[in-house]
Every structure is written in structure tokens, then in C-alpha cells.
Design a protein around this ligand. Sequence first.
Ligand SMILES: [Zn+2]
Length: 253
Amino acid sequence: MKLKKQLKKSIKRQVVLGKRAIRRSFKFVVFKNKYSRIVRKYAKMEAFQAIKRGFKGVQRQIAIRPRIRLFSKFTLILIVLLFLTNMGASYFKAKEPEIKVNGQQILVAKNSESQNPEETLLQASVSSKRSPFDFRMPVSDGIITQGFSSYHHADDIAASYGTPIYPLGGGKVEFAGYMTDGHGDTVVIDHGDGLKTLYAHMSQIDVGVGNVISETTKIGNIGLTGHTTGPHVHIEVFDNGVMINPSSVLPDN
Ligand SMILES: [Zn+2]
């Protein structure tokens, strides 16, 4: 009986000691070690002061460690490059036209980014099937130098400067003039049935708003107005306001 009591007491003692040891080591990990001391120091500081101190520490590390210095330089260059390419991309991105004639909006290009490419393909094939026109090429001896893509909702057809431009089909001139968004001298023709075509970068415009024209009417000449690196006609095709692939309605050469 006495032995049992002693054993019990001894176990109790061991438990108390164990608990104390755990508490002590926990205390050491949280409060007594080097890093927690630094953390507590920073916690007590003003936020601004802490940032300043941290920045200084990073600076010192960069100064004394060549590999970190190299890495930080490389990262900075990468950030600058990323920023520049982003700016470049937004500059060269085909801008969506919004033209108003007599206060009436004639072209409403849908946001290209939000459009599903499969949807665009579907629209292109559907519209080419129901196109009431036998569209023609706008220039003779033209070469498609840039086709339709997610960032270029048009076909660029290059030909020598001054080459006459004909509409893809007959229709009514809806816009004829200079567009400040990079298109330069531009003509927009309404072909009816929701189809419209746009011709940009012209050197000369031969038609006026309201003119009813046929596919043999010369509408202007190949030029370099607006944002362009060489003489070409930039063609956009709108199907009920949605920009579709011009190649889907153009004849296969
Ligand atoms: Zn273009």
C-alpha cells in the first residue's frame, strides 16, 4: 500500500518536471532565441522605421554579397523590360474604332479580349456562309502580310504606294476621313445585312459619306497615313458590329 502511494507520488513529480521542461523550451523558442528577439524589436518599432531598417539591411546584404547584387540587378532589368514590353504591346494593339456620323454611332467593335476564340471562328464561318456578296480583293497584286489574330482583328494587304483600292463589294459609304487612333485616312462601307468593311492608311480618299458605290468604284489609294510601317491597306470586316476574319469573306486568291 505504501509502495503504491510512493510510486504515484513519483509519477506526479515526473509529470510536473516534464511540463516545466516543455514550458521552458517553448519559452526559449519563442522569446529567447536570436530571431524572435529581432522580430520583437521590429514589432516595437514604428512601421516606417522598421521598413527603413529592413531596407538598409537588404542594401547591406546586396553590397557585401556579389551574387545577390547580380541577382538584384538582373531582377531590376527584368522589371523594366516587362514594363516596356507591356507599354509597347498596348501601343501597337489594334485600336477599336468608334465613329460617329451625325451623332449616330456606326461601328461598335466588341471588346476583343473578352471574346472566346472559338466563338469568333464560329461567327466567321457563319457570316462567310450567309454573305450575300461575292467579295473581291481590294487591290490587284496585293499580298496579305498580316492576317487576323487575337491582337490584330484585320488583314493587312501590302501593295505599292498609290495602288488603287476598290471596295470588297458594293454599298453605301458610311465614313470617309481621317481617324486619329492610328487608322489614318479611312473609308467605311455599309454593305447591308449587317456587313461593313473598313479600309485604313490610305494616301487619298475618292468617295464621300452617303455615296452609293459598286465594287468597281475606286475608293482611294494605298498609302502610309496613321500608324504603319509600309504601304498597305488595313481591312476590317464587321458582322453586326463584331470584327470577323476578313479572309473568311475574301476570295481565295
Ligand atoms: Zn493592320
